[in-house]
Design a protein around this ligand. Structure first.
Ligand code: ATP
Ligand code: MG
Length: 356
């Protein structure tokens, strides 16, 4: 049993609660009666990614175009060893933030530190330290894929011998002597990714890496990102493919209309929004006492009847108990489905208004 001092988000009242590792506890504030949940971290004493030193720190970043704020007072940080997902609707300010981080445009206000250095006016140094996949990948169209990569390797003071194996790895073995101007969108994107990792940068910024890729390409890039991260690279990735972000990112930042509306790991965001796994049990016949028996189980938050099915929102660890309770009541279960909350729900909720 562990003890944790918590503060009510509504009235600020401090109280101490007890629970087991991994337990999610329903709490009612003794002062203002606000209801909520607290999840005790699964592994006690394990180092969190946010304990690592910062690779990127963005403070109060603001950038306006023609008097209109594209990014408004945005602050967030990415820690060494992290895969950080940067999400937001079209026009939210992701690419503008990324360009400011890379020194490709000058912000109206704010501070950006990469590995604790202010490189805002040192584009050359940023290029040496950071691998970048831009949203719109552009190459010298009259040069071949290999010539383009070798030119870039030279600029980065990286070993040119990396280029051919990289092109092979990214599925461009047969196209390495083809002029890039004749490349398809997906081939261009693959070449862009290969260029981003030339010189083995310790920090990679990828603006929509899966854009234009076929399904196999999407999986390949996802696995490559994971491998690079395992080898030590810190990765900042903007993407609209939420399943991909959910699968690989340690934490996400959500930007909406230029403002950061959330930064956290996905399960904490789900908890903040009280998104719970849903257990859907299709029964031969639903009786009233089935519902009241399930409602009485500790860890069940709500039970709803939907035609011949019971929809039960509950903690992960009580799902088996729900099934057992219904069996004891002689309910005939025809089907069981578990629906885990997705990042899509988190994204929709955080971007439906300016803030949550
Ligand atoms: N060079 C520019 N001149 C004028 N407005 C710009 C410029 N670049 C970006 N904007 C505006 O800034 C806002 C944010 O654009 P940005 O490209 O950062 O969005 P985004 O989050 O990357 O969107 P998407 O998901 O579509 O790529 C938009 O309203 C866009 O029109
Ligand atoms: Mg963009």
């Amino acid at each position: 049993m562990i003890e944790k001092k918590i503060k009510c988000p509504s009235c600020g009242y401090e109280t101490t609660i007890q629970g087991k590792l991994g337990e999610s506890k329903k709490i009612t504030c003794p002062k203002c009666n606000k209801k909520g949940f607290f999840e005790f971290s699964k592994q006690k004493g394990t180092k969190k990614i946010t304990d690592n030193p910062m690779m990127l720190s963005v403070t109060s970043l603001t950038k306006s175009f023609n008097g209109k704020k594209a990014v408004n007072n945005a602050s967030f940080s990415v820690h060494k060893g992290e895969i950080f997902g940067f999400l937001g609707p079209n026009g939210a300010g992701k690419t503008t933030s990324i360009k400011a981080i890379l020194g490709l445009l000058y912000p109206n206000n704010g501070q950006i530190l990469i590995d604790n250095q202010n490189l805002m006016h040192d584009e050359k140094k940023i290029k040496e330290q950071v691998g970048y996949l831009p949203e719109k990948v552009a190459f010298y169209e009259n040069l071949t894929a290999l010539q383009n990569l070798e030119f870039y390797a030279e600029m980065k003071n990286a070993n040119k011998s990396q280029c051919k194996p990289l092109l092979k790895e990214f599925g461009l073995a047969d196209a390495m002597d083809q002029k890039v101007g004749t490349f398809s969108k997906g081939m261009n994107q693959r070449l862009g990714m290969a260029r981003a990792i030339i010189g083995n940068p310790s920090f990679l910024i990828l603006d929509e890496p899966s854009s234009g890729l076929d399904p196999r390409g999407v999986v390949f890039i996802r696995e490559k990102i994971k491998t690079l991260n395992e080898q030590g690279a810190t990765i900042f990735i903007s993407s609209h493919i939420l399943s991909e972000i959910q699968a690989i990112c340690h934490r996400v930042g959500i930007i909406n209309k230029g403002s950061i509306v959330a930064v956290d790991d996905i399960s904490n965001l789900q908890n903040r929004l009280q998104l719970r796994p849903k257990l859907v049990l299709t029964l031969e016949k639903i009786k009233k006492d089935f519902i009241s028996a399930v409602e009485a189980i500790e860890g069940v938050f709500s039970v709803k009847q939907e035609k011949d099915a019971l929809e039960v929102f509950c903690r992960k660890d009580v799902k088996a108990n729900v099934v057992l309770t219904l069996s004891k009541k002689k309910a005939k279960i025809k089907d069981i489905q578990t629906m885990n909350p997705s990042l899509e729900e988190v994204f929709m909720r955080f971007t439906e208004a300016d803030t949550v």
